[in-house]
Write a protein that binds this ligand. Structure first.
Ligand code: TXA
Ligand code: MG
Length: 320
């Protein structure tokens, strides 16, 4: 066993235990965590200092593993066959029993999936045996890291481990293609040229600004997750016919509600725990059938800022 193999084995163990590990891909270094663990995904957002929870890319070792997570239509299959493993990310619908954390997909019923080509990423994904959610391994607002040293400078002690696989060869992030609509759309230009994608499909592929109705920012194409129920934010207590999403100690009115109409993001007021539970609890309370979900105030400290951002978006009427 080489030193690198031993490092990969150690990283896989850390990841299976909910740790977060920076690892090389051919595009940029990723900050990986078990995509099926709400808690690990919340730790990724915390380490990045992201002001809002953008949906993350799930990384898997091959197309077979990808099919367990997302629905691949003919075009998605074609793109995967041609470009995977490689710097291409496909946005598809989640499968019915997709195990990926709702925090990783920001509550959406779609999923971004990528099969990286880097040999270290490949070995790591096979050793972990679970999809890894991995945004670029930089603090939010800083440039993406293409060496292990960049990661150490930017994230340092915030990550459990950095695997050094040398400099990244592509150096820019993957091209993201949405396969949700009538025609595939490039959501983010990246490591694979649009022309090459068009050639593989045998049709032209829209870029970001080709259609004024397609929003520009990746992650904005589908509307942000919004429950069917109305959201009443910064509530002190629920009314008897409302559902309750608490944070910190619950008021008596909440304890009086039936079990399916109350959740507490974090009884101990821990923002990391709250973020981990956020989208799952919103889905569960929505399923209770209550017309309104009353939400306790969440202080905007640490991940609390991202939680408030998502709560406000969920409270706003859907625009697309
Ligand atoms: O090359 C890369 O793609 C790197 C390496 C580590 O794989 N990863 C990366 O991840 O750049 P990140 O989190 O920095 O960018 C992911 C992008 C975000 O802009 C996000 O909005 C978009 O993917 N995205 C993720 N899920 C999506 C979804 N369901 N629908 C639309 N966009 C999505
Ligand atoms: Mg990034």
């Amino acid at each position: 066993m080489t030193d690198l193999d031993a490092e990969i084995a150690r990283a896989a163990l850390l990841l299976q235990q909910g740790g977060i590990v920076a690892f090389p891909t051919e595009t940029v270094y990723g900050l990986g965590g078990d995509a099926t663990s709400d808690r690990a995904v919340a730790r990724i957002f915390e380490a990045k200092g992201r002001p809002s929870f953008n949906p993350l890319i799930s990384h898997v070792p091959d197309l077979a593993a990808a099919r367990a997570l997302g629905e691949f239509d003919e075009r998605a299959e074609r793109l995967a066959q041609v470009f995977w493993p490689g710097p291409l990310t496909l946005v598809v619908r989640r499968t019915k029993d997709c195990p990926v954390s709702l925090l990783a997909t920001a509550g959406l019923d779609t999923l971004a999936i990528r099969v990286p080509a880097h040999p270290v990423a490949q070995k790591l994904l096979r050793a972990v045996g679970r999809p890894l959610a991995a945004p670029s391994a930089n603090r939010s607002g800083q440039i993406s890291p293409t060496t292990a040293e960049h990661v150490r400078q930017g994230l340092g002690a915030k990550v459990d481990m950095v695997i050094d696989g040398g400099p990244c060869t592509v150096g820019i992030e993957s091209t993201i293609i949405s396969c949700l609509g009538e025609a595939p759309v490039v959501l983010r230009p990246g490591g694979i040229a649009r022309e090459d994608i068009a050639t593989a499909l045998g049709t032209a592929v829209q870029g970001l600004n080709a259609d004024p109705l397609v929003p520009n920012a990746p992650g904005q194409l589908s509307s942000h997750y919004a429950p069917r129920a109305k959201m009443r934010l910064n509530a002190q207590a629920p009314m008897p016919d409302e559902a309750w999403l608490g944070f910190g100690p619950d008021p008596d009115e909440a304890a009086a509600l039936p079990e399916d109409r109350r959740r507490n993001l974090s009884p101990s007021a821990d923002p990391v725990e709250a973020a981990a539970n956020l989208f799952r609890f919103m889905h569960e309370l929505d399923a209770s059938g209550a017309a309104t979900i009353a939400v306790a105030p969440v202080p905007p400290r640490g991940l609390g800022e991202g939680i408030n951002d998502r709560l406000r978006r969920a409270a706003a009427p859907a625009t697309n």
